[in-house]
Design a protein around this ligand. Structure first.
Ligand SMILES: Nc1ncnc2c1ncn2[C@@H]1O[C@H](COP(=O)(O)OP(=O)(O)OP(=O)(O)O)[C@@H](O)[C@H]1O
Ligand SMILES: [Mg+2]
Length: 254
């Protein structure tokens, strides 16, 4: 059975992409799925958020795009069943380096499509450049986290245009797995209004689970921990657990 390859994508910064990747990937790994995270963001927040330090990295996502790469090895995290291809800052130059290569959109796909994991989650950078295009070309589906705020819908048009362009060119089978509301505060009318607004556009594609604004989620990466290690009784932990279950329901078992 083919791997579910899921990009977490939104070109808007700080909407909860990396927090979502770390916590759903680790939850599915805890539940016995074999999971790989690809950190495709030069900021390397997923890498540092899992407590991985630079000295230990022998193969990074930069090496994926480097022709003279050594053979691929995923980094085994301390969490059972969870591997990562960590990022490093050199990745920021890669879009220029590969710009004129034939097949530049397929480089990531070629490496990850037959690795045999149950799930691969790709943490995208906050842009719609060639790295994100590589991610979307390699993916079976995308999850779009949207911060619950007044300007939530702004920029989604551009993201959807990119999604359609990818479907029309490098990846006709790409799907939207779901739209996720993050930093949600159920006590405010604004949050409820934003949810309604997003629902009008995306209907049942909107995940039932909202991720609440929760300080424990914001703290966890500074300890290099997932929310399940940092505070498994927190609201954030419960929300990501519920989201992971929805993801299991929406994806094919493999
Ligand atoms: N539900 C939440 N409640 C509180 N803080 C959160 C929540 N989700 C994320 N944060 C915090 O908000 C900031 C942005 O989150 P995160 O890094 O996950 O976003 P991102 O979309 O990956 O950002 P970037 O576009 O820079 O990669 C981080 O400091 C993170 O710890
Ligand atoms: Mg991020």
């Amino acid at each position: 059975m083919a791997t579910n390859i899921i990009s977490i994508v939104n070109q808007k910064g700080g909407v909860g992409k990396t927090t979502t990747v770390i916590n759903i990937a680790s939850y599915l790994a805890l539940k016995g799925r074999s999971v790989l995270i690809v950190d495709l963001d030069p900021q390397a927040n997923a890498t540092s958020g899992l407590g991985i330090s630079k000295e230990n990295i022998i193969f990074s996502s930069y090496d994926i795009f480097n022709k003279d790469q050594p053979s691929f090895t995923a980094f085994t995290t301390r969490i059972k069943n969870l591997d990562i291809i960590p990022s490093d800052t050199n990745l920021s130059g890669v879009e220029l380096e590969i710009m004129n290569l034939a097949g530049r959109e397929y480089i990531l796909k070629t490496l990850i499509e037959n690795l045999g994991y149950n799930y691969i989650f790709i943490d995208c950078p906050p842009s719609l450049g060639l790295l994100t295009i590589n991610a979307l070309t390699a993916s079976t589906a995308i999850i779009v986290p949207v911060q619950t705020e007044y300007y939530a819908l702004e920029g989604l048009g551009q993201l959807l245009a990119t999604f359609q362009a990818i479907k029309a060119s490098t990846n006709p089978n790409l799907e939207i797995l779901g739209v996720l509301l993050t930093m949600y505060d159920k006590r405010t009318t604004l949050s409820n209004q934003v949810r309604e607004e997003i629902f009008k556009y995306f209907n049942e594609l909107v995940f039932e689970t909202n991720i609440p604004r929760n300080i424990r989620l914001a703290e966890a990466p500074s300890f290099g921990q997932t929310i399940f290690e940092h505070d498994k009784w927190s609201k954030g932990s419960k929300a990501y657990k519920n989201l992971a279950k929805e993801i299991l329901d929406r994806t094919k078992p493999n």
